[in-house]
Design a binder for this molecule. Structure first.
Ligand SMILES: Nc1nc(=O)c2c([nH]1)NC[C@@H]1CN(c3ccc(C(=O)N[C@@H](CCC(=O)O)C(=O)O)cc3)C=[N+]21
Length: 284
């Protein structure tokens, strides 16, 4: 029997509607309109599309769209100055530096300058530390979106075997932490894992976040497992995930498609983080 599809667009719609209602209530109560500053450097076409989508989603949710576009050859000092201005601006609840930035810029240094209470990507060292310690803070959007999808489908996490394939700062490591907080038994695999398929096959919940098109085949999946595909790979065959969807859907119990799975959740959780950031700045 083929797996049930997880409809990321539908769940993202639900989250976005809830955030819009929560933003309206927050604004009515405090007189504050949450604002998201998206900072785009250069003219990468894919980045421009992503940022445009994020800005449109903000407006729809009642969040002020505070966009800045800098030229590809902008100096590092100028980006630093812009970030400091955004940190100091009370209209700005959240700051998103769209990645990747041009090669002459030090993205780690720039991200590190973002005030942790405005770090809606959850990428600063302080946000990462708050996540590991389980204290309030801003969590990375894609990992939070993964948990939201699992919760929507009432996938049991407590005591479950969760296997994360990929150890990036943006997805692999934080999603592993979130699963651990939910009392899953978490294994993180990576390029040097011995017998990846055997480890992955232990999973009740398998998260693929490596960026290798169709790496996860049917023989890496336990029958009935929940498979979450975080991969967004642009190939000649179009947009494909890290999971061989056609093969794995015959084995899995629940599976996310690409597109229409995790991707739309990332934007929904960015909106929620912007509201959380606005609350953090008011100390509530
Ligand atoms: N500072 C920063 N934060 C990010 O969160 C960030 C970033 N930089 N740089 C680029 C990546 C990529 N990313 C996606 C967001 C939405 C979809 C998405 O909505 N995907 C849809 C459509 C995909 C399509 O058709 O292109 C889907 O999967 O259904 C995908 C990818 C956020 N990123």
């Amino acid at each position: 029997m083929a797996a049930t599809l997880i409809d990321g667009r539908a769940v993202a719609r639900k989250v976005r509607d809830q955030v819009a209602a929560d933003v309206a209530a927050f604004t009515a109560e405090t007189g504050v309109t949450p604002g998201l500053a998206t900072l785009l450097v250069g003219d990468d076409a894919a980045s421009a599309v992503y940022v445009a989508n994020k800005r449109r989603a903000c407006v729809e949710a009642g969040i002020a769209d505070l966009h800045r576009h800098l030229p590809a050859d902008v100096s590092q000092d100028e980006v630093v100055a812009q970030l400091q201005e955004l940190n100091a601006d009370p209209q700005v609840s959240g700051i998103l530096l769209q990645l990747p930035v041009p090669k002459h810029l030090d993205s780690n240094l720039l991200i590190g300058l973002i005030s942790p209470d405005k770090d809606v990507d959850g990428l600063t060292a302080v946000s990462a530390g708050r996540l590991v310690q389980g204290v309030p803070g801003l969590r990375p959007c894609t990992p939070s979106g993964v948990i939201e999808l699992l919760d929507h489908h009432e996938v049991p996490l407590e005591g479950a075997e969760a296997v994360v394939v990929g150890r990036s700062e943006l997805v692999g490591k934080p999603v592993a932490q979130l699963l651990l907080q939910r009392h899953a038994t978490v294994t993180i695999c990576h390029s040097r894992t011995r017998d990846l398929n055997a480890v992955a096959r232990r999973a009740d919940v398998l998260i693929a976040a490596v960026g290798v098109p169709r790496l996860i085949g049917a023989d890496a999946v336990k029958p009935g497992a929940t498979v979450i595909d975080v991969g967004i790979n642009r190939t000649d065959a179009g947009l494909v995930g890290d999971v061989d969807f056609d093969a794995v859907r015959e084995v899995a119990g629940l599976i996310t498609p690409v597109p229409g799975g995790v991707g739309p959740m990332t934007i929904a959780l960015l909106l929620r983080n912007t509201l959380t950031a606005a609350r953090l700045q008011r100390g509530v």
